[in-house]
Design a protein. Structure first.
Length: 214
């Protein structure tokens, strides 16, 4: 008998730096007592990688490259796949992370995945209206529609702005880029958050769960 298709759990937020990947790992670790959890990919550029290691004892990670066949050799119940929109991380083929997530789901594995909300196809133009910043390659909306649960990691925009100014979110070069400076203007952060909550509450109310962060 073929395995049933796995369930997808998406962790998202209105801006980079809200802590979606940290919350994703936290939720996955909570399942470890009863399920086999594998870290398929975590973006090594996250500033809180060290904190994840400290808090959750993560030692084995596929940080820059991964292999679906290698992941499946571990017979996982849950696979953590960071950054749905990233490209060329699979050692075995040219693909986006979301395409590899689709394969894992077809193999009957549950997947915990992350992505900024503005990277989804129908939402990107709405975010672009706020700042003029768009994304060339987006993530199909189908992933939001198919998700068993959408976790929206929410944080007060002014707290996020303070962390940005202190250099706690990104390396200096990235923080000083024109795009990041524009994204993290207080009014833009507030508009991003308002738009995100409005869209999610209107389109995905049954799947939505909000995680409040200080």
């Amino acid at each position: 008998m073929d395995k049933e298709r796995g369930n997808l759990y998406i962790f998202t937020g209105y801006a980079p730096g809200v802590g979606k990947s940290y919350q994703m790992v936290k939720k996955a670790v909570e399942q470890m007592e009863t399920k086999k959890v594998i870290i398929g990919f975590l973006n090594s550029e996250h500033r809180d990688i060290a904190q994840m290691r400290k808090d959750y004892g993560i030692k084995k990670m596929f940080r820059r490259k991964y292999s679906i066949s290698r992941i499946m050799e571990e017979h996982p119940d849950i696979v953590v796949m960071d950054e749905l929109g990233m490209y060329l991380l699979n050692k075995e083929r040219k693909s986006f992370v979301y395409e590899d997530v689709e394969e894992l789901l077809d193999l009957g594995v549950d997947v915990y995945a992350s992505a900024n909300l503005k990277k989804f196809t129908s939402l990107n133009p709405l975010f672009k209206e706020i700042t003029g910043i768009g994304i060339r390659k987006t993530i199909p909306d189908q992933f939001l529609e198919d998700a068993k649960k959408i976790y929206f990691v929410d944080r007060d925009p002014m707290l996020l702005r303070v962390d940005f100014e202190k250099g706690l979110l990104f390396e200096k070069e990235k923080m000083n880029s024109r795009i990041m400076q524009k994204n993290f203007k207080p009014d833009n952060l507030k508009a991003y958050r308002e738009l995100s909550l409005k869209v999610l509450q209107e389109k995905y109310p049954e799947q939505l769960e909000i995680i409040e962060r200080n």
